[in-house]
Design a protein around this ligand. Sequence first.
Ligand code: MLT
Ligand code: MN
Length: 320
Amino acid sequence: MLRIVVLGSGAGGGVPQWNSNAEACRRARSRDPVSRDPVSRDPALPGRTQSSLALSADGGRWFLLNASPDLRQQIIETQCLHPRTGFRDSPIAGVILTNADVDHVAGLLTLREGHRFAVWATTRVLGVLAANPIFGVLAPELVTRCRLPLGDAVAILDGAGQPAGFQVEAFAVPGKVALWLEDAAAGANFGTVAEDTIGLAIRPDDGGPGFFYIPGCASVTGEVADRLRGAALVLFDGTLWDDDELIRQGGMAKTGGRMGHVCMSGPQGSLMALGGLGIARKVFVHINNTNPVLLPESAERATAAAAGWEIGFDGMEIAL
Ligand code: MLT
Ligand code: MN
């Protein structure tokens, strides 16, 4: 059996994002007595930390799927990640990365206090970490770097080399190199290679159902759809409702396509593209604070629900 906890359901910036007055941010902030607006009629919304899941096949050792800048807070709020016995302890046995985005790797720096664990990522992403001396705070003699190949299921090991009880097949999905690694001189794709953005197919060794984790995906190609057909569970990129919503809301001049995120709406959107594939459970994660599905009374939320989607939330637990 696999146990999954959504540690952070937000995209980069979270909800509220420190410098955003998007409606979801204002309403999340209004839970805070310091900034509560006494005349606001908007119901408060829960906050969302940045993109990460925790996964365990044995209930004892936990693997982080991406390590967000909010990891310290996420650990505090998640009992199964607390130290158990002894002066120094953590159930965190490994981290599996889907890309090198800030919201997925910055949390590695939180794990720097001499704890043994394994970091799994593509050769490309391991290279990015190796090229940045700050990640040297994860001493190599304690923190093993392990290569995730594309297209081959591998048995995940913890930092002591013991099998985790599940396998992961990494596969390339349409995407973009991390924003902070974009090479403007490299042409239209900014130097992106296949290993920059991956999806994960995860299966427990006990033969139970597995799931897919794809927090970033620029388009649902036929290949992506074919992989997900008939899945028991898919946790998928829920960044945007409309491709141009950041531009319309005044956030920044970038479309979803430019950022490497397919939107939910429209003929190419994830609601249509992942409809009719017989996926038993579909959950959006990596949800940006501009996305109207965050507003419970919105028409967009109702449309997503009618298409069979759940809106992931921090602390959401799923047992498969
Ligand atoms: C993204 O999901 O597009 C990235 O997290 C953006 C970023 O790195 O700021
Ligand atoms: Mn992100």
